[in-house]
Design a protein around this ligand. Structure first.
Ligand code: PAF
Length: 319
């Protein structure tokens, strides 16, 4: 059954992607809220708005920004855009936003978010998604929309009521200029994105390379191929229908490097700002699953340990 107001939507996390989506929906006259966990930042964003720069235009949007989940009633859609490592904290705060008909949609990088979300919401109310929209946070509330690409959404457990709600979300996103589709089985899409992140994020962060430069060096290209091959083997052991041969998986990662050549990956941006990275939900998740299923993942383990160690050292050279 639909709530009285069919358009209550809250985005959790005012990072680059959360701000981009909030500003995009606001522009489409959708009454969107953005939930932050820092009250002072929420106040500033509410007053100053969110400024979006793209190659075509620059605009400022004024969505409702709050750090008080209690001020928001149960929503039709809650879209999770927090960094993977912050999901558990965010889940503790979003209780007031969840009603029996709320659909919680995660568009975060990495894997395994549905298990964290299921602490607060039934699996029937969870959808997963991947997006190829690109955004960079230039400054607080100021983002560059680097490029537009498809967004794919699907339910964790198929059920008609949640499916209708997910289709309405895709319609809303399409109307706002985010090309979106709903699929029956989202997991191949999640795994394809995971494989892209496995091949790009840790290596760009460790080597300080843009996505485009990564395959240009024989050493980083070889490391990328080895990490991708481990993730690909694991996906088939898990019974995921990737629809890609290993060679096609390498080509896919390579094309993303080319298409996003100027990008500093999200993990390289985390490194630069000395923020917690998503390593445990990307290469670390591959290693964890590999251990459970008896698939060797030494390259992903080394990448995980190096990123964790450098994070612990604040990415500073101690010498
Ligand atoms: O995390 C990222 O930066 C992005 O998912 C991707 C696709 C690697 C592009 O930079």
């Amino acid at each position: 059954m639909q709530d009285r107001n069919p358009l209550k939507l809250t985005i959790v996390g005012p990072g680059a992607m959360g701000c981009l989506l909030a500003a995009t929906l606001y522009k489409q006259d959708c009454p969107v809220s953005l939930l932050d966990y820092k009250p002072d930042r929420a106040e500033r964003l509410k007053k100053a708005g969110i400024k979006v720069m793209s190659s075509k235009e620059t605009w400022t949007a004024f969505p409702n920004v709050t750090a008080e989940p209690e001020s928001l009633s149960p929503q039709d859609w809650v879209i999770m855009f927090v960094k993977a490592a912050r999901t558990a904290d965010a889940v503790k705060r979003i209780g007031p936003l969840i009603g029996p008909g709320t659909l919680v949609v995660t568009l975060q990088n990495g894997i395994g978010h549905e298990s964290t979300l299921s602490k607060i919401v039934k699996p029937e109310q969870i959808a997963l998604g991947v997006t190829s929209q690109g955004a960079t946070l230039l400054d607080e509330g100021h983002i560059r929309h680097a490029g537009s690409g498809p967004t794919t959404l699907g339910l964790v457990i198929l059920n008609p009521e949640a499916k209708d709600r997910l289709i309405s979300l895709a319609t809303l996103l399409n109307e706002a200029g985010w090309p979106s589709q709903v699929v029956e089985d989202i997991y191949p899409h999640i795994w394809r994105k995971l494989i892209v992140n496995v091949g790009i994020n840790a290596l760009t962060a460790l080597c300080g390379l843009t996505n485009g430069k990564l395959p240009q060096h024989p050493e980083s290209l070889r490391l990328q191929e080895l990490a991708v091959a481990e993730a690909w083997t694991l996906s088939s052991k898990k019974g995921i229908t990737l629809g890609l041969s290993l060679e096609e998986a390498h080509d896919m990662v390579n094309s993303v490097c080319k298409a996003t050549a100027q990008n500093r990956s999200s993990m390289l941006q985390d490194r630069t700002k000395n923020r917690p990275t998503e390593i445990d939900y990307i290469n670390g998740a591959i290693t964890g699953m590999g251990r459970e299923l008896g698939v060797a993942t030494p390259v992903n383990e080394v990448l995980t340990l190096l990123v964790r160690l450098n994070s612990r050292l604040g990415w500073k050279n101690p010498f």
